[in-house]
Design a protein. Structure first.
Length: 186
């Protein structure tokens, strides 16, 4: 088999994941606008129709990439949210701090933080809020909060809004958020 012949993959999940991985790599290398399903198919040495079999459009493929990366980004935050060793205010403040000071950059960090990709970063932020919402709401509810869903929305969307609108970490902003969150939770 030469380098341009695709190995036959019978497992649809494996093929789907290969297409997602190739899309992620190409979005990072070439950008969203400069990447087409032709490019992804070429990278995998498959016909373009096979990409369409799993993803009817580039937008649907991007949404799948976004969902996968959202899950990847949120896993450390779920551990923080569900850690009952700290009060809810401290857990939320820790999430905001980690957003500003990521210990490790995810696979698509460069893509979502690249100049010109602000709208993609905004989509990621909204996805992360939606993803984390049930966890925060559940934690607030278990703490006796009467309107846990609404308060969780208020705190999460506010937290991510602060992160989106401030270019760099600021202890003052973190402190202000912590004070406001404490008031909201009291």
């Amino acid at each position: 088999m030469n380098e341009h012949t695709a190995k036959r993959i019978n497992d649809p999940e494996i093929r789907k994941n290969q297409i997602l991985e190739a899309a992620m790599q190409l979005f990072c290398e070439k950008g969203y606008d400069n990447t087409g399903l032709d490019d992804i198919a070429e990278k995998l040495h498959i016909v373009k129709g096979l990409c369409y079999r799993y993803f009817p459009s580039k937008q649907i493929l991007f949404n799948a990439v976004l969902d996968e990366y959202t899950d990847e980004c949120c896993q450390p935050f779920i551990k923080i949210i569900t850690d009952k060793n700290q009060p809810a205010v401290k857990r939320l403040t820790e999430i905001l701090t980690k957003l500003f000071l990521p210990e490790e950059n995810g696979r698509l960090h460069a893509f979502f933080h690249k100049s010109g990709n602000e709208s993609f970063h905004g989509q990621l932020s909204l996805n992360m809020c939606r993803y984390l919402l049930p966890y925060v709401s559940s934690e607030l509810s278990s703490g006796g909060c009467e309107h846990s869903q609404i308060l969780a929305q208020f705190l999460l969307y506010g937290l991510f809004g602060i992160w989106q609108e401030n270019a760099a970490y600021s202890p003052a902003i973190i402190s202000q958020f912590e004070n406001m969150a404490a008031k909201a939770l009291s």
